[in-house]
Write a protein that binds this ligand. Structure first.
Ligand code: ADP
Length: 234
């Protein structure tokens, strides 16, 4: 085999390996840029995204029973109880068995991770890769002050936009984005969600992206793509 043939051969096996990555989990602190990178990952790897936060906000906007229940917790900057969120995600996973999936904002506790693992195992599946966006605390605080969300489609923007760039709806400041609520969510993230990363690190599934300087979201996306590729080359 000549050098070029070897190259093409290892490239195609790399692509094959990348295609076996079907169940992604994206973990990051509030305002870490998870929403933006979720769009990038789902477009790049052909994944169907589920943001539990966006789904809960849409339920609140629709005034559903689930929304009314979730609102009590979200307005108090608390996690919605595990059993409520586990139920929503299990139903969604059952409906999306055959496609690639991206879970954004779930699992958020080790108990949720254990439920997710058990549910996927029961379907003959499993989490394939966990992308961990590890953004410096001071960047997160500065971003939070400019963040807005679209209650209709779940889009989040970072420059105080009035109109949703995705669906044209009116953007709002999230009720849980005031400094006190944000500080509480940040603390919960550190104590309850960071252990989820360790849970999957022990399984050898974590790709970690450290962000220590403010920059373009596209640069973070490029680093994620390179890290996913590196993970497949291992
Ligand atoms: P952020 O990442 O900024 O906290 P999200 O949109 O992911 O925003 O979530 C907003 C809120 O929705 C959370 O603070 C929490 O109250 C609720 N929520 C979302 N996902 C979960 C989950 N997996 N478990 C419990 N609560 C959740």
């Amino acid at each position: 085999m000549d050098a070029q043939a070897v190259d093409e051969c290892s490239l195609s096996s790399l692509h094959k390996k990348m295609k076996t990555l079907k169940r992604f989990v994206l973990v990051g602190a509030p305002a870490s840029g998870k929403g933006t990178q979720s769009s990038f990952l789902s477009e790049t790897y052909g994944l169907k995204p589920l943001s539990t936060g966006a789904l809960l906000r849409a339920e609140i906007a629709a005034g559903s029973e689930l929304g009314l229940e979730a609102k009590k917790y979200m307005d108090a900057a608390m996690f919605v109880p595990d059993e409520v969120v586990n139920g929503i995600v299990a139903k969604w996973l059952g409906e999306n068995k055959d496609c690639g999936c991206l879970l954004d904002g779930y699992p958020r506790t080790v108990a949720q991770a254990e439920t997710l693992d058990a549910n996927l195992t029961a379907m003959g599946l499993g989490v394939d890769i966990v992308v961990y966006l590890n953004v410096a605390a001071e960047l997160i605080e500065a971003r939070m002050l400019k963040r807005k969300a679209c209650p209709a489609c779940g889009e989040t923007t970072r420059n105080g936009e009035e109109i949703c760039p995705k669906c044209g709806g009116a953007m709002i400041v999230r009720t849980d984005d005031n400094p006190e609520a944000f500080a509480k969510r940040r603390k919960d993230y550190e104590t309850l969600t960071v252990p989820v990363v360790e849970h999957y690190r022990a399984q050898g599934k974590v790709v970690q992206i450290d962000v220590v300087e403010e920059g373009e979201p596209e640069d973070v996306s490029a680093r994620i793509a390179a890290a996913v590729r590196g993970y497949c080359e291992k």
